[in-house]
Design a protein around this ligand. Structure first.
Ligand SMILES: [Zn+2]
Length: 270
């Protein structure tokens, strides 16, 4: 690690998590909780490399005992908490989450922090369902099972769910989850939906039930506070394997297949 001539070299050797975009702190977006949309972003050199350069403000010191693998989850965790904080919670809220990949899992952890005791996670991968239970899900269901529709309805009780989090990025699943909401229910789009995709849902139903639909992009201004906030979650459990830099294609292939939880790339792994 090294620093530029205008940066105090006291920073050399610090263990940090790096924000993926820079922020000037001065523009309209930076001043309004939207640093991921900073108008004056400085391009970074990218991070799948042995060295990367960035402004000092993008490097956030991490807790002493935090592994770099967990620190690398600061970015997805910041996006999740930024979305999660848009929603209103009540003590008896029933929450439905579609998908327990890394985003669904982090949302689950942040929702449980709100003292919610009724979180249903729907996930086709059995090992991810098992992990969701370990991380605090109250119920898990398999969307591929025969009884799935019945299970999801039965678990919702008579009136439906209060909150739905779509953590897959599939417009069909988004519409399905919204149809499980009760009146004045809230839906959060954590998954990234394809460009030009449409919501196939009866708009009368959205109007009649007064559904609130929240898009969720970026990290708000949470990034710098997240390393400390995720320290207690035991996120090391979510790291399936750490690959060497030259094995990056293998890691991407496994991620694309949806197997395991989270694969990491370490430039210094021998
Ligand atoms: Zn800015």
């Amino acid at each position: 690690m090294d620093v530029g001539k205008n940066v105090n070299n006291i920073n050399i050797g610090k263990r940090v998590a790096c924000n993926t975009t820079s922020s000037c702190g001065e523009c309209y977006n930076c001043k309004n909780w939207q640093i991921s949309r900073c108008s004056n972003q400085v391009a970074s050199s990218g991070a799948f490399a042995e060295f990367s350069n960035m402004p000092l403000s993008s490097a956030i010191e991490i807790p002493e005992n935090m592994s770099f693998e967990v620190a690398a989850m600061t970015e997805p965790a910041s996006c999740c908490i930024s979305g999660i904080e848009m929603i209103e919670y009540k003590k008896d809220s029933k929450v439905l989450i579609f998908g327990s990949g890394i985003m669904g899992m982090l949302c689950l952890l942040f929702v449980k922090e709100k003292n919610i005791n009724y979180v249903v996670v729907s996930e086709p991968n059995p090992s991810r369902r098992k992990m969701a239970l370990k991380m605090g899900a109250d119920f898990v269901i398999d969307p591929m099972s025969k009884n799935y529709k019945k299970e999801i309805e039965e678990l919702s009780g008579d009136s439906g769910y209060d909150i739905f989090i779509e953590a897959v990025g599939n417009p069909i699943l988004l519409a399905e989850g919204i149809s499980n909401l009760k009146p004045r229910g809230q839906a959060l789009m954590i998954g990234v939906h394809p460009k030009n995709s449409n919501l196939q849902h009866d708009l009368y139903d959205l109007h009649y039930k007064e559904i609130k639909l929240f898009g969720a992009f970026g990290r708000g201004d949470y990034f710098s506070s997240v390393p400390k906030r995720i320290e207690k979650f035991g996120l090391d459990k979510l790291v399936t394997k750490t690959f060497k830099l030259e094995e990056i294609n293998k890691a991407i292939e496994l991620t694309a297949k949806g197997s395991g939880m989270k694969y990491m790339i370490s430039p210094w792994k021998k």
